[in-house]
Design a protein around this ligand. Sequence first.
Ligand code: AMP
Ligand code: MG
Length: 332
Amino acid sequence: MNTEVLKYNKESIERAAGIIRNGGLVGMPTETVYGLAANALDEAAVASIFAAKGRPQDNPLIVHISGIEQLAPLVREIPEVASRLADRFWGGPLTMIFPKSDVVPDITSGGLDTVAVRMPASEAARSLIDACGLPIAAPSANLSGSPSPTTAQHVYDDMHGRIPLIIDGGECSCGVESTVICFRENKIHILRPGGITAEMLSEFAEVEIDKAVSAKPAADERVLSPGMKYKHYSPKADVFIVDEHGDAFKRYCLTHAKGRTIALGIGTENDGIFIDYGACAEIQAQRLFSLLRYADDSGAELVFVEMPSQDGVGLAVYNRLLRAAGFRIVKE
Ligand code: AMP
Ligand code: MG
């Protein structure tokens, strides 16, 4: 199959909507990462998302909508706090989990009785959802296990030959996937941290953070969010988080460099093996996946990453890095 890449505009959105209405897949820009979009209510279309990504069947998809009135048909119940969160944070990088209605096929929800729903902020994503007139299932548009795509080129690198069209909407502004939450006993329970932070959510209700966010679940453990079980976001190189800062971080990397090595530092100068991955968490989030892909493109065997802060968006950066590094944290 030939894969076309078209700039986001009215014509390309019409083309993309035609493909999706006919059961096909399209690479879709959003503010978080690029998604692999299909009709969320069409079992065969959703099955082809899992096939194109090589995604485990029990890892449910997020359903994307473009207007709040599209939520009610997908769910059996909308908690009051969810309505208030939607008012404040939709469109934006917040995914909420609801009891699912019968219109959502089991394959979309990975066999669960719940469905994850998000309204993106991205104009390109929303105009595509509008043009389809359908809720859109869209996991990140990478091959399962590899870093999520933040440019149309990244999607092309993973998906060419597997999908007919990618809409190029430029670089994603958030760079990490949405915050995923569910509601438990009047609390907001964070299953995956993202651009909408625990601090922001705590204005609405008590917030708790799932332990799988920062710890490796045991092989036989039942996790609330199936995606947390899997190795994720990793380049071919061996990745380690280095729990040292400043000169101690540099010393560690220079001492332990082996073969082609890249060291991603916080606000460091680009020099030798060192590359700056951002002085603040928002920039780190935006650059992280792109730099992990760059590591592969440049043939790196080893990647060291300076330990990020775990506050605000930093928790999302830390969560993705832990998985990219297979939970390996080193220090001097
Ligand atoms: P991705 O589509 O790659 O951004 O991943 C979606 C994330 O949302 C995964 O970590 C899923 O496990 C999680 N998710 C989606 N639907 C549900 C659900 N119904 N319950 C719990 N987690 C979900
Ligand atoms: Mg993903």
